[in-house]
Design a protein around this ligand. Structure first.
Ligand SMILES: [Zn+2]
Ligand SMILES: [Zn+2]
Length: 735
């Protein structure tokens, strides 16, 4: 960056110091004025140390000063030992997200500064190279070390010891004699640089055409949005890798976003096969040290490709040439805690600010993206054929009203038969049920009392393997009580409905020979266990994988030919506008796991609603007419993307105060053309983690400035200290 590009924003005070607005990573109204040490120029993005009250924290020089504080009362910030700048694009992005989501800008900045240790000065690693001195006494061990050192590379004591097969004492002896001399290495090894031309790639004509369009966008270096819309198994990833390669050739940085960490392992391997090394990773599971390394490498431009979860959007890229949002329809892109934002939508904003193309990739795009593509707002790149010899699986419905299953069992006869046939010919199968644990509900067989969480309006889910009842919302756990708390009957509890553990139990009793594994996004089956199950499946060490939505995504199992969906009707009756879309996306994605190599796949869906439009669309492989129906329905209902929604959630330990505040808010809602306010109503989980929750919903026509409406509304209401107010613009969950 040249000096001219740096935005000078400070004003000089009477003592010749620059004064500027400094944004702190706290939920304050805006930046506060501070003085900069003499000689330091106020440049937007400069990270400094500021004190607020008795606390010291990082802050960022943000904007011209307000000028309301007298010069002599202004506090002075301190410089960091090493100057670090947040790139201008990231500062603009923070402001934009804050304004759109109605969060204080400091709360958004906090996400960009979360890696506080990244700003400490580097501590170089101590290493040694061969010196000019010859050791006075030469031994065989010493000779071996010097031979290793002969290549001139710097090594630590332990590396020398290991490579020369000597004890560290031998190495230290050579250092003492001056035969090895100290040198300094940067704290971290630099990240490997992906090679765009590492392997020769062959693409189908369809893939080539899509790749060429994306490559042209990368070359042009302008903001442009493409929807890469390809059926499962059509090779979307290898197609967009061509755009990544082009960005690398142009010396640009690339951000690839994935909805979940669980997906990264297979992805990293695919990336390494294509580009010769792994990309940088960014997600909440990284160690503090690794976060620091990646943050700094992104900031100084040496991290060329970053694969990350939502929070990677707030990394300090300075030369972004491409953003990819994989599985763009995934709800996991919506951040629901703290500052609520939709990472896919905000990725489009960041691409716009950075003036670079963005690719949204999915087999089942969100209806929003589908509409944007069909109206020409996004480029629509379609991949309609499976790659190689693989064909789309055949999808058959099992009507549970005809194929009855015995009470307490979940596998219908047609499904059992298909499993039997598959196992007989040595093929793999997968059973999908989006319910963790053993049973979603435990009730008393005598009086009907249901076991619920004391902190939430939710049932306790039985986890039989661990002999625990757990609340999936707050983490409350208990053992099964010896007697019913209501009627005091002993041993009267009955497990109702299936979870994956219960289906696994049934499968094991029907197929005692089969090797069965469970994968679920669970506190009990944590990420490692799930990864182990998925790896075992990929290596053909498992015959039957039973799991929740964690198995639906992105995995490639060449030997998997049969997918059974235990309950295709689950989730269809949520009552929110996206329920059907989501069911379709999930079932389509699960189905897509079957028959990805030479062998054809079969999907059996157990349902009680075979006439449901979701089922019909899946069986007839007719996605677009399903989407068209959904589009019309949303248009009639003025639902997104044809209208806008915003939710206000009130919560607090004092239920009465929460409800009163809800009523006061509703009364204060301004009248505006094209805006309706609904509520307050108790939220779906009206008690969550011990907090009472009420919701209000704003429904507005597309042309309405929802943020302006909300600002005007909220400015006029005093929220008591005991009540927490959260704004969710464009809500995707209605709990
Ligand atoms: Zn009872
Ligand atoms: Zn709970």
């Amino acid at each position: 960056m040249t000096d001219k590009e740096l935005k000078q924003i400070g004003k000089k005070d009477s003592r010749g110091r620059e004064i500027a607005g400094v944004l702190l990573p706290l939920p304050l109204k805006g930046p506060y004025d501070y003085a900069l040490p003499k000689g330091v120029e106020a440049v937007r993005g400069l990270i400094v140390v500021a004190s607020l009250g008795s606390r010291e924290m990082l802050g960022v020089v943000w904007c011209p000063p307000e000028g309301t504080v007298g010069d002599n009362r202004l506090k002075e910030v301190e410089e960091l030992e090493e100057a670090v700048l947040l790139p201008a694009g990231l500062c603009d992005f923070v402001d934009w997200v804050a304004s759109y989501t109605l969060n204080p800008p400091g709360s958004i900045l906090a996400m960009a500064l979360r890696t506080a240790s990244a700003f400490d000065p580097e501590t170089p690693r101590l290493a040694f190279v061969k010196g000019d001195t010859v050791p006075p006494r030469m031994t065989e061990a010493r000779a071996r070390v010097l031979e290793v050192a002969g290549d001139g590379l710097a090594r630590s004591v332990s590396s020398f010891a290991q490579e020369a097969n000597v004890t560290p004492a031998v190495v230290r002896g050579l250092i003492a004699s001056g035969a090895l001399v100290e040198t300094e290495l940067p704290e971290y090894r630099a990240l490997d640089i992906p090679d765009p031309d590492c392997v020769a790639v062959t693409l189908s004509d369809e893939q080539r055409a899509a790749a060429d369009s994306m490559i042209a966008d990368v070359r042009e270096g302008k903001f442009a949005t493409s929807l890469l819309d390809g059926i499962t198994g059509s090779g979307k990833t290898e197609t967009y890798f061509e755009a990544v390669a082009e960005a690398l050739r142009q010396d640009k940085q690339v951000l690839i976003m994935l909805p979940e960490i669980a997906l990264t392992i297979q992805f990293m391997e695919r990336f390494a096969e294509r580009f010769g090394c792994r990309p940088a990773e960014w997600h909440s599971d990284l160690s503090q040290k690794e976060r620091r390394r990646v943050w700094r490498s992104v900031a100084n431009g040496t991290a060329r490709v970053v694969v990350g979860a939502r929070s990677s959007l707030f990394l300090p890229f300075s030369d972004l040439g491409l953003i990819i949002v994989d599985e763009e329809h995934e709800q996991a892109y919506k951040q629901e805690d703290g500052a609520i934002y939709h990472a896919r939508d905000m990725a489009v904003v960041r691409a716009n600010i950075e003036k670079c193309p963005i690719i949204l990739s999915s087999a089942t795009p969100s209806l929003e993206s589908f509409v944007n593509a069909s109206t020409g707002r996004y480029k629509w790149l379609k991949l309609s054929r499976r790659h190689g010899v693989a064909e789309l699986p055949e999808i058959r419905l099992v009507d549970l009203r005809d194929s009855r299953v015995e009470a307490g069992t979940w596998l219908s006869e047609p499904l059992r038969e298909a499993l039997r046939n598959g196992f007989a010919s040595g093929e793999q199968a997968m059973l999908f049920l989006n319910r963790r644990g053993y049973a979603p509900l435990t009730l008393c067989g005598s009086c009907g009392h249901k076991l619920t969480c004391p902190n939430c309006t939710a049932w306790l889910v039985e986890h039989r393997y661990r002999r625990r009842l757990a609340c999936h919302h707050c983490g409350f756990e208990s053992t099964l009580p010896p007697e019913c708390p209501q009627c005091h009957e002993v041993g009267s509890f009955v497990a109702c409905g299936p979870g994956v553990e219960r289906v696994a139990e049934e499968a094991a009793s029907v197929f005692p020979e089969a090797r069965i594994a469970i994968a679920s996004s669970d506190i009990l089956h944590g990420p490692e266990e799930t990864q182990a199950a998925i790896r075992a499946m990929a290596k053909n060490e498992v015959d039957l994988l039973i799991g929740t939505q964690i198995i639906a995504k992105g995995h490639h199992f060449p030997q998997l030919t049969l997918v059974g969906i235990i309950d295709a009707d689950l989730g269809g009756s949520d009552g929110d506008v996206r329920a059907r879309e989501r069911t379709f996306q999930l079932l389509n994605q699960v189905s897509g796991r079957a028959g990805r190599a030479e062998k054809p796949g079969l999907v059996l869906m157990q349902t009680r609603n075979p006439k449901d439009p979701v089922m019909t669309a899946l069986v007839n492989v007719d996605r677009d007419s399903f989407y068209e129906q959904e589009r019309q329905y949303r248009e009639r209902a003025s639902a997104p993307p044809f209208g806008r929604l915003a939710a206000i959630i009130l919560s607090g330990g004092d239920g009465e105060a929460v409800r009163e505040t809800g009523k006061a808010l509703a009364r204060a809602a301004p009248n505006a053309k094209g805006v309706k306010v609904w509520g307050p109503t108790p939220a779906f989980y009206s008690l969550l983690r011990g907090q009472t929750r009420e919701r209000l919903l704003v429904q507005a026509e597309r042309s309405v400035d929802v943020q302006a409406y909300l600002r005007a509304w909220l400015a006029g209401v005093k929220i008591p200290g005991s009540v927490r107010l959260t704004v969710d613009v464009d809500p995707v969950s209605f709990f």
